[in-house]
Design a protein around this ligand. Structure first.
Ligand code: NAP
Length: 483
């Protein structure tokens, strides 16, 4: 039997005022409805904001270590329910159980991390220009914040916004992506079970226009933290700043890995292949461009084609390397880019088709795809594809590699594979990207360091994660105390 899930407003699981729900289907088998969720309205969103505002003062006044105890307990409840949440994630979003389990673990670790951080919240005492005076800073809660999240990391991203928001004493309304809301709903259940007071976190499902827009516009919301596409994020940033809300939008990417002749080519193929095809290429940090030195180009292309063709594709709950696309429209978007690549004159080395037959017919499965002979100005080298499609470009030296890496409107994550220390350092210095890596895939982040993009990948206002997460969700007051 399909479960009908409610919104969570002021500590109650409620139905939307619309009386409507929407169904989420298993991307590995579209005949299976995983669950249904509230098709919420602007009124529902506004009630959620009102509930968050009403609880704000009390939550902000709760001693930070007490808030931290609730976060710690949440990590414990998440851990106890890890297998269930992992399965929910796979059956709604499609990634493999191994990938989903890693993501749920990330959420657990994030709650643990920010629970510890609550003991260190405070400020800085500074020297003064006069006697009998204290000059210090003090960190305060921002107030009520809206969190709007995408489907591709449906628990990690809500967790990396919720945990620092709560640690710093804010109250929250969370709107998850409609394609995969289940695992963040279960995260809210875990917060409730851990003893979070009613109204501190409110959760509303529904469309971006019906729920996301009011959460961005509402006059009582102090800040909006959004992760998603550059097109929507740009609109969200413009709307949120109309009344000077604090806003951060983390958005799309077109992430390169440069491969130099000194690299161990087997290692380079593994780095590029896992970055490009892991999580079905549906990562903002996925490698979508391999920028390869001409001396090793042919050998690299042969290696990455073998890598792509070796991947086992199927239902993420079975023992496979790559699951389906999340929805049919995402699958169609990828196939459209395959056509665009062909029209622009790139060479399709492998993949490019929807998988059919037997277990594939009812799911959104696509072959891992490699294009060679890609030029920097082709659309598949410039635009975010958001699927397992790799464009391989040839360059003749390091300087050209960096110039090509930078020649896009995005700047989220970039890496180089090289055995030359000087190239590694120069790459970090010169690449226009919020994350720069040497001998590592573009995907994969540590949770305690800042994350965010340059250029069209971010509003470049605040970073997320680590201490940067605390900075976004708090204000700094400077105190001048004469005595
Ligand atoms: P999306 O279509 O932009 O949606 C993101 C969120 O915004 C969803 O919750 C969506 O709701 C909501 N939304 C849609 N229209 C809105 C509006 N007018 N006002 C307010 N909210 C609105 O992105 P997605 O397809 O879920 O996610 C994929 C994108 O996210 C990719 O571009 C990827 O690169 C990016 N991403 C970036 C990062 C990063 O940290 N830089 C991380 C992960 C993903 P509905 O689902 O109901 O439409």
């Amino acid at each position: 039997m399909t479960t009908d899930y409610g919104n969570y407003i002021d500590g109650d699981w409620t139905e939307s005022s619309s009386g409507d729900t929407f169904a989420v289907r298993n991307p590995a088998n579209e005949n299976e409805i995983v669950a249904t969720y509230q098709q919420s309205t602007g009124d529902d969103a506004n009630h959620a904001v009102e509930a968050a505002v009403a609880t704000q003062d009390e939550w902000a006044a709760t001693p930070a270590p007490e808030r931290g105890r609730i976060l710690k307990r949440t990590a414990g409840v998440l851990d106890a329910r890890k297998d269930e949440l992992t399965e929910t994630l796979t059956t709604e979003e499609g990634k493999t159980l191994a990938e989903a389990g890693g993501e749920v673990q990330r959420a657990i670790d994030i709650f643990d991390y920010y629970a510890e951080k609550t003991r260190d919240l405070g400020g800085t005492m500074k020297g003064t220009s006069a006697e009998n005076k204290q000059l210090y800073t003090k960190r305060e809660s921002l107030g009520t914040v809206s969190l709007i999240t995408p489907w591709n990391y449906p628990i990690a991203i809500p967790a990396w916004k919720l945990a620092p928001a709560l640690a710093t004493g804010n109250t929250v309304v969370l709107k998850p992506a409609s394609a995969a809301p289940g695992v963040s709903l279960k995260l809210v259940e875990c917060l409730e079970e851990a003893g979070l007071p009613a109204g501190v976190v409110n959760y509303v499902t529904g469309s971006g226009s019906d729920v996301g827009t009011p959460l961005t516009e509402h006059g009582a919301v102090d800040a909006v933290s959004f992760t998603g596409s550059t097109a929507i994020g740009t609109m969200v940033a413009q709307t949120a700043t109309e009344d000077l809300k604090r806003v951060q939008c983390e958005m799309g990417g077109k992430n390169p890995t440069v491969v130099m002749p000194s690299a161990d080519l087997d290692e380079a193929v593994d780095i590029v292949g896992s970055g490009a095809f892991g999580v079905t290429g549906q990562a903002c940090t996925a490698c979508s461009r391999a920028i390869v030195h001409e001396d090793v180009y042919d050998e690299f292309v042969a290696g990455i084609v073998d890598y792509a063709e070796s991947l086992e594709i199927g239902d993420g709950t079975t023992d496979v390397d790559m699951g389906p696309h999340v929805t049919e429209s995402e699958l169609e978007g990828t196939l459209e880019y395959v056509d665009i690549g062909l029209e622009d004159g790139a060479t399709l080395e492998t993949g490019g088709d929807r998988l059919t037959g037997d277990e594939y017919d009812d799911g959104y499965f696509v072959e891992p795809t490699v294009f060679s002979d890609v030029h920097a100005d082709m659309r598949i080298a410039q635009e975010e594809v958001f699927g397992p499609v790799l464009a391989v470009l040839s360059v003749s030296d390091f300087e050209e590699a960096v110039a090509v890496a930078n020649d896009v409107d995005f700047g989220l994550s970039a890496s180089i594979v090289t055995d030359n220390l000087s190239e590694g350092h120069q790459f970090i210095e010169n690449v226009e990207s919020g994350v720069a890596k040497v001998n590592e895939k573009t995907t994969g982040l540590e949770l305690h360091v800042p994350f965010g993009g340059y250029k069209g990948s971010s509003t470049n206002t605040y970073r997320e994660q680590g201490d940067a997460g605390l900075d976004f969700f708090s204000s700094i007051k400077t105190a001048y105390l004469n005595y």
